[in-house]
Design a protein around this ligand. Structure first.
Ligand code: 5GP
Length: 204
């Protein structure tokens, strides 16, 4: 029997270091694939279409919503972001683990459909540290920076919807914690009972 993959959802404020942690996690787990989102945001320097995101127009995004192509979608800081449904379902059905790096609104939508998913919130060591990380990135305008800082407080309201919190104080330690979460989740009884049931049937 083919075991379904694990759906891992990672959220957290911008500047928490989600991108870096996800990259390190992907390098460590070869059964784990990152879902590539669609967005109406303009590409930043160094970002490549179909690698970082599918960069689409608002018209294309609206059409994808109409076609029911998204697992979830949300407006985040004036732009639309969405997770294309089919690749995620195909990967899970073929036994691959899938990582979604999405905002809180999107994670709540996914949770409704995939209560079996693993929901992880990444947070920096302090709010001061977070503010300085957002400012230091240098990729955003001052208005965008203050919008991102304000939204941190809004996002924190939903932290209790997540199964785990990982504090990104030290990258190696945070990646180790994320790996430990994946390992533990894979060992959960509910994800393995079909193996045990098969053995019990044999014994009869
Ligand atoms: P950025 O513009 O910095 O790449 O991403 C901004 C925010 O959008 C981040 O919090 C990121 O996690 C979130 N995001 C990226 N892709 C998706 C997606 O497909 N769906 C949702 N809901 N949020 C996303």
């Amino acid at each position: 029997m083919n075991k379904k993959g694990l759906l891992i959802v990672v959220s957290g404020p911008s500047g928490a270091g989600k991108g870096t942690l996800c990259k390190a996690l992907l390098a460590k787990h070869n059964n784990l694939t990152l879902s590539i989102s669609a967005t109406t945001r303009q590409p930043r320097r160094g970002e490549r279409n179909r690698e970082s995101y599918y960069f689409v127009s608002e018209k294309e995004f609206t059409e994808m919503i109409r076609q029911n192509d998204f697992l979830e979608w949300a407006k985040v800081y004036d732009n639309y972001y969405g997770t294309p449904k089919k690749p995620v379902l195909d990967m899970l059905n073929s036994g691959n683990d899938v990582l979604l790096e999405i905002d809180v609104q999107g994670a709540l939508q996914v949770k409704k459909e995939f209560s079996d998913g693993v929901f992880i919130f990444i947070f920096p060591p302090s709010i001061e540290e977070l503010k300085s990380r957002i400012k230091c990135r240098g990729t955003e305008t001052p208005e965008a920076i203050s919008k991102r800082i304000k939204s941190v407080y809004d996002e924190l309201k939903y932290v209790y919807e997540y199964d785990y919190i990982v504090i990104n104080d030290n990258i190696d330690k945070a990646v180790e914690e994320l790996s430990a979460i994946i390992t533990a989740e894979k060992c959960k009884t509910k994800r393995n009972c079909f193996n045990i049931d098969a053995i019990r049937r044999e014994a009869r």
